[in-house]
Design a protein around this ligand. Structure first.
Ligand code: ADP
Length: 490
């Protein structure tokens, strides 16, 4: 035998490549089928098992029609006829056929007319099972439909800022909100910023900058000037997308909140007028009550004096509620004024604590107050914060009997704290506690009276005194409220 006979090698190669070819076809996720112009199957590759579960023998000689989904049959036949009329032509179709397991499978077929091709003379279909892809597409379509319904119902406009190319795309709703014709928005950052109300521009730019730098979300309310010159309030919320730490895209939503803002303004105006109107009669009532107290005291009517004292303390509560309402409306309209005077904080603290102790028989107020220097600021407003924190500590700790009031002083600042051992505040509610009208509502707390304004006002006062206010609290164990203010001296 001649070693390395080239013909033998070539024969082996041919045999090998035939085998490889067959295996490839068998394992393929595509199946090939040859069909006569009448639609009779004359050949099917082994891989049909992977695609539709059948063996080639089960299909050979059968017509393709009975395998078609009734809803797709018309569409299929129409295209089949077209293909028949164009030798060498090709079609690409998606339709449903019966799987061996009885289910309907989506297939994608490339059909070629090889009627004139020597050795073939048939229509050749190359198809694959795309059921999973179709299901995913359907799901996506379904999600898109839900999203667009939600956007429509919420009247939400969506914008997409490609930061790299500086192109901004708006949905129709954003155009509507801005009252702008489709072609009259340049779609870049500068032309967007020019549509913002001048007074709000810096705030918006800073918020965008902050979101880009700190990788936080962007949520802001501001005014815009629309294409027709109207001023509208909008709420805009967005998320930034990063590529290797570089901000590349900002995707956001915009809602027109002009109506809500108008209603808020009306509410603030109403509260302002109502609290003003309530203040005068209550002050008069208090004055007459005090006169009566004096008269009855002189006449020795002690029972009536006791009742009038109780009435006076209720009038004080009413006055404090009205003042809180008035203060809140002043904060809203930027009219909360701060005085600047020199005062002795230790004296102020002792006065407030001693007075509150008189009306709080069930709690002992433990003072850990150092000697404080005279400082500058608004004495009355700081007193208001201290009173609010102590009365809250008393109010929210009905089952305990002590309140600890401390101060710590350094050259730069004064730290004040009030600790109670009462109901405490759950972690998730703690960041909301300084919001307007916020009150922790659970069945336990339903019995505590209040408007939810005290801490909102206290926060504003401390901010205006360049200080900070915060709390530490554990539900069921109690709370400590702190504020610190810088020491300013004359
Ligand atoms: P108000 O006490 O008038 O409702 P505040 O603004 O002073 O309003 O307080 C807001 C809410 O914060 C209260 O309703 C209460 O739920 C909670 N809170 C305030 N202080 C305390 C405290 N010391 N312990 C527990 N909860 C408190």
């Amino acid at each position: 035998m001649v070693k390395n006979d080239p013909t033998e090698k070539a024969g082996l190669n041919i045999k090998m490549s035939e085998e490889i070819f067959r295996t490839l076809i068998e394992k393929s996720t595509d199946a090939i089928q040859l069909v006569t112009p009448e639609g009779k199957i004359i050949y099917t590759s082994e891989s049909i098992k992977n695609v539709l579960g059948y063996t080639p023998e089960e299909l050979e000689g059968l017509g393709i029609g009975p395998f078609m989904h009734p809803d797709d049959l018309g569409y299929f036949l129409e295209n089949f006829q077209t293909l028949l009329k164009s030798p060498g032509g090709q079609i690409n179709l998606q339709y449903r056929v019966k799987h061996k397991d009885g289910s309907w499978a989506w297939v994608e077929t490339i059909g070629v007319n090889h009627m004139d091709t020597p050795n073939i003379h048939a229509l050749v279909g190359n198809f694959r099972n795309i059921t999973d892809r179709k299901i995913a597409e359907e799901k996506l379509k379904d999600n898109e439909a839900r999203l667009s319904l939600a956007l429509e119902a919420g009247e939400i406009g969506v914008w997409d800022w490609d930061i790299v190319s500086n192109k901004i795309k708006w949905t129709d709703k954003v155009y509507q909100i801005h009252e702008v014709e489709r072609n009259s928005f340049d779609g870049d950052f500068v032309s967007y910023i020019t549509r913002i109300y001048p007074e709000d521009k810096t705030r918006v730019e800073e918020a965008i900058q902050l979101a880009l730098e700190n990788k936080t979300s962007y949520n802001i309310e501001f005014r815009i000037i629309t294409g027709t010159g109207n001023i509208k309030w909008v709420f805009s919320s967005a998320k930034v997308f990063f590529d290797n730490d570089k901000a590349v895209r900002m995707l956001g939503a915009t809602v027109d909140i002009t109506k809500r803002k108008e209603l808020e303004k009306q509410k603030d105006e109403f509260l302002s007028i109502a609290s003003h109107e309530l203040k005068t009669p209550v002050t008069t009532l208090k004055a007459y009550g005090q006169v009566l107290q004096m008269v009855f005291q002189q006449k020795g009517y002690t029972d009536s004096v006791t009742m009038l004292k109780k009435m006076d303390s209720q009038i004080n509560k009413l006055t404090s509620l009205i003042s809180n309402l008035l203060d809140a409306t002043k904060i809203q309209s930027g009219k909360l004024m701060m005085k600047e005077e020199e005062y002795d904080l230790s004296e102020l603290l002792n006065e407030i604590i001693d007075e509150l102790q008189l009306t709080t028989p069930n709690h002992t107020m433990i003072k850990e107050i150092g000697e404080l220097k005279k400082i500058c600021g608004d004495k009355e407003r700081i007193g208001q914060v201290i009173t609010n924190l102590i009365t809250n500590a008393v109010k929210f700790s009905p089952q305990s009997d002590k309140i600890v009031i401390k101060t710590e002083i350094s050259d730069e600042s004064i730290l004040f704290s009030v600790q109670d051992f009462g109901v405490g505040i759950a972690n998730e509610k703690q960041d909301k506690i300084f919001e307007q009208f916020f009150r922790v509502s659970s069945k336990k707390e339903m019995t505590f009276p209040g408007l939810g304004l005290g801490l909102y006002i206290s926060n504003e006062i401390i901010k205006r005194q360049n200080g900070k206010i915060w709390l530490e609290s554990a539900e069921g164990k109690g709370s400590t409220f702190y504020f610190s203010i810088p020491v300013r001296q004359k």
